[in-house]
Write a protein that binds this ligand. Structure first.
Ligand code: NDP
Length: 345
């Protein structure tokens, strides 16, 4: 399926998101019509302003419209997708601080995914690309600390210490596969690792908040937390190429370059690129991190993965979709530059 064979707009949920804005931009630059959703129409102009400077043809904005939808409410979903050719479901809560009540993250993720898929089915949309995560692939198990995780791996939702976010993404992806099988949808799941790179505007999500935190240098040391990583433009490209490649139907596609990065590696890259900034690169002993976690909920959320190296195999995206991954060391530096240049950090 490609632009020529797509009959109608591509529906993108969560168009206000860090990754989704790049997806919308790339779809418009390829000539697609796009219908995006935001929780409030008040943010429609923000999306337009974010993509406008990067459009190859300014009139492409005429091919973008925004509708209001909430993952937790039924209102509007069915009407919104009428006439659309395909669904890219990216919206999902992605909190930097895990909520006290896990259901606050899990319910919108799972119920919202089912709302989106039900609406797609009712509108006659068959082709769906879902933004899942590597937290739905390799968490809650020790096996994936010994080898690179692949699309065959699934996070164990019963594992103790699994964060509400990881549980939400795993349950949402499982629900999507069940729904697709029962209802005959052509589903591809994209499983991004930690996404990094400059955002399109100052309304960025959790991954840029991590860079902001490193730049703020308010922590005296960095915890030994790390992730497989992928550049934000690469992950947007993976979504769109997957949509256009029927061979990905029924598959999960991990987005991960070769570079695994500890927070310390990110801090080092930033220190080298911006030597005039006060940077903290000293590694915090595990005991201190556990102590800090008592007071800092953001640290508490990553505690189960302290010192654990979970690499992910991103070769399927390379082989099936021709993705040539950008080195995410550059993405980290560019994200930091974005924040510094705008006085945001
Ligand atoms: P953002 O927080 O920027 O994007 C999340 C999007 O979901 C926003 O548009 C947000 O809307 C929307 N959303 C959240 N809750 C609701 C709700 N109740 N109703 C409607 N919309 C809602 O983060 P990212 O762009 O990074 O994340 C996009 C997707 O990618 C998510 O599914 C995330 O799980 C996944 N992902 C991200 C990774 C990363 O490292 N960034 C890694 C792996 C997966 P609003 O703007 O109104 O809050």
């Amino acid at each position: 399926m490609n632009q020529a064979t797509m009959n109608g707009p591509i529906f993108v949920t969560g168009a206000t998101g860090y990754i989704a804005k790049y997806i919308v931009l790339k779809l418009l630059n390829r000539g697609y019509h796009v219908r995006g959703s935001a929780r409030s129409l008040g943010r429609a102009q923000e999306i337009r302003d974010a993509v406008a400077p990067h459009l190859t043809d300014p009139s492409a904005l005429d091919r973008l419209d925004i509708v209001a939808l909430d993952l937790s409410k039924d209102d509007g979903w069915h009407a919104a997708m009428e006439g659309c050719a395909a669904l890219l479901h990216t919206a999902s809560p992605f909190p930097i601080t895990q909520p006290k009540n896990p259901e606050e993250t899990i319910r919108p993720a799972v119920d919202g995914t089912l709302r989106a898929l039900n609406a797609a089915k009712a509108a006659g949309i068959k082709r769906v690309v879902l933004t899942s995560s590597t937290v739905a692939v390799s968490y809650g198990s020790e096996a994936t600390t010994q080898r690179k995780a692949t699309e065959e791996d699934w996070t164990d939702t019963e594992a103790p210490n699994l964060t509400p976010y990881a549980k939400s993404k795993t349950l949402a992806e499982r629900a999507a596969w069940d729904f697709a099988e029962t209802n005959g949808l052509d589903l591809t799941a994209i499983n991004p690792s930690f996404v990094i790179g400059p955002p399109l505007d100052a309304n960025y999500g959790t991954s840029i908040e991590v860079i902001e935190r490193i730049l703020a240098a308010k922590d005296p040391m960095v915890p030994q937390i790390g992730f497989a990583t992928v550049d934000v433009e690469d992950i947007a490209e993976i979504h769109i190429r997957a949509l256009e490649t029927d061979a990905t139907i029924g598959l999960r596609v991990i987005g991960a370059c070769e570079r695994f990065m500890w927070f310390q590696d990110m801090a080092h890259a930033i220190k080298v690129a911006f030597p005039e900034r006060r940077s903290v690169t000293r590694l915090a002993p595990a005991m201190i991190v556990r102590l800090l976690a008592l007071f800092d909920p953001a640290i508490r959320g990553v505690l189960p993965d302290l010192g654990r190296k979970r690499e992910a195999d991103g070769s399927r995206a390379r082989e099936l979709l021709g993705i040539e991954y950008r080195d995410t060391k550059e993405s980290v530096v560019d994200a930091a530059r974005f924040l510094i240049d705008r006085g945001l950090a």
